[in-house]
Design a protein around this ligand. Structure first.
Ligand SMILES: [Zn+2]
Length: 46
């Protein structure tokens, strides 16, 4: 499971906040809003 490097909360992938922009998928921590990563896979959430 991913851990936020900002608030150190361990999260399930399903809990992460996802924000799509074109072909990119941005993932944010739901607790503090820090970026958890950027993905180029358009269908990664499936
Ligand atoms: Zn966080």
């Amino acid at each position: 499971m991913p851990t936020c490097t900002h608030c150190e909360t361990t999260l399930d992938a399903e809990e992460l906040v996802r924000h799509e922009s074109g072909d990119l998928l941005f993932v944010h921590c739901p607790s503090c809003g820090a970026s958890m990563g950027t993905y180029r896979e358009p269908g990664i959430g499936r």
